[in-house]
Design a protein. Structure first.
Length: 331
């Protein structure tokens, strides 16, 4: 057994990584479903008590009297009941964090920091898997974020939203997907980083950041957001979130396993995708506040079948695309 593991170290390391990620996600899913609502309620109560306590503080009272306009701005910024309050503050903080993290990562890649050494090491290990049976699985997974399939998914989502008379959702969807795609193309042109030498799929475009990772985060992250918002069951919301995270991680992992990208490329793609995803969600929430989007809607049997058929159509299309286009590209 030990000799078998030593002879297939990259394969066993990959399997262990996937097992570890799935295990952690399932444990977190159970914990959130079991205790999440209670903790959220306690957090809200703690926030309210803290605000009341601060409101009675003498220094705070003096500050509010001295700077009334600033007090109004700050009070509104942390209001739980108003979209322009804590919700918008949180969204902009997330956007800011994504920008800062991406700038730090881009600088590390541009200056050949230690992460580049990690990139080369992982790429060398993944090149040992080129004859492994797992390659076929990851070719299929990576196809879900290819441009033709992504366009098909966007069309299916847009049609379903249009039929359900939730057309303004398409605005947020297009901001997340088109924005992330255009921004990624611009970044690839600016950095012009070459792809790994041992790439399994022959591709001519630049490497940083990963377009597939960006698409996975922006597109499938937005779809997960829609499913969560339309679902009224808390446990189902958490399960959808868990599945989405796992699927997005697998797409990113597929780019590394197939040596299409370095690890830092995938991380950069995730950050770009998360930035545009958050922006798309922000616009969608704003449209919801303006009563342009209604989340509590009745789903008829025909609409449910339409969604399932759309998902089945995407899956079959991905199989065909991988078979006809992706597998022949294997070097």
């Amino acid at each position: 057994m030990i000799s078998l593991i030593s002879e297939n170290q990259p394969l066993f390391a990959l399997g262990f990584l996937i097992f570890l990620v799935v295990t952690v996600l399932l444990i977190l899913q159970y914990a959130v479903i079991r205790y999440g609502q209670q903790l959220f309620t306690q957090a809200i109560r703690c926030w309210v008590r803290t605000k009341r306590s601060l409101a009675k503080n003498k220094r705070i009272i003096l500050f509010r009297g001295k700077y009334p306009k600033l007090d109004v701005i700050m009070s509104r910024r942390f209001d739980l009941r108003d979209f322009y309050g804590l919700s918008l503050t949180f969204l902009w903080v997330v956007i800011g964090c994504m920008l800062v993290l991406f700038i730090a990562l881009a600088e590390a890649v541009a200056t050949l920091n230690s992460i580049v050494s990690i990139d080369y090491f992982i790429s060398a290990q993944m090149s040992l898997l080129r004859d492994s049976d797992v390659v076929g699985f990851f070719v299929l997974i990576t196809s879900f974020a290819s441009t033709p399939i992504a366009v098909l998914v966007v069309l299916f989502v847009a049609v379903n939203c249009w039929v359900k008379q939730q057309r303004y959702i398409i605005v947020g969807l297009l901001i997340a997907t088109l924005g992330s795609t255009a921004f990624t193309s611009l970044l690839k042109y600016l950095f012009q980083r070459e792809r790994p030498a041992n790439s399994l799929l022959v591709v001519q475009t630049y490497s940083f950041p990963s377009g597939h990772a960006t698409t996975a985060m922006a597109l499938y992250g937005f779809i997960a957001y829609l499913l969560i918002r339309f679902n009224q069951d808390f446990a189902q919301k958490i399960r959808i979130f868990t599945i989405a995270i796992l699927f997005i991680l697998l797409i990113g992992l597929s780019r590394v396993v197939l040596n299409q990208h370095y690890l830092s490329d995938v991380l950069g793609g995730y950050l770009v995708g998360a930035f545009w995803l958050t922006l798309g969600i922000s616009i969608t929430k704003w449209l919801s506040v303006k009563s342009k989007i209604i989340w509590k809607v009745e789903w008829s049997t025909s609409h449910a079948y339409m969604i399932w058929l759309s998902g089945l159509g995407v899956f079959i299309s991905t199989l065909i695309y991988a078979k006809i286009y992706q597998f022949p590209m294997l070097s």
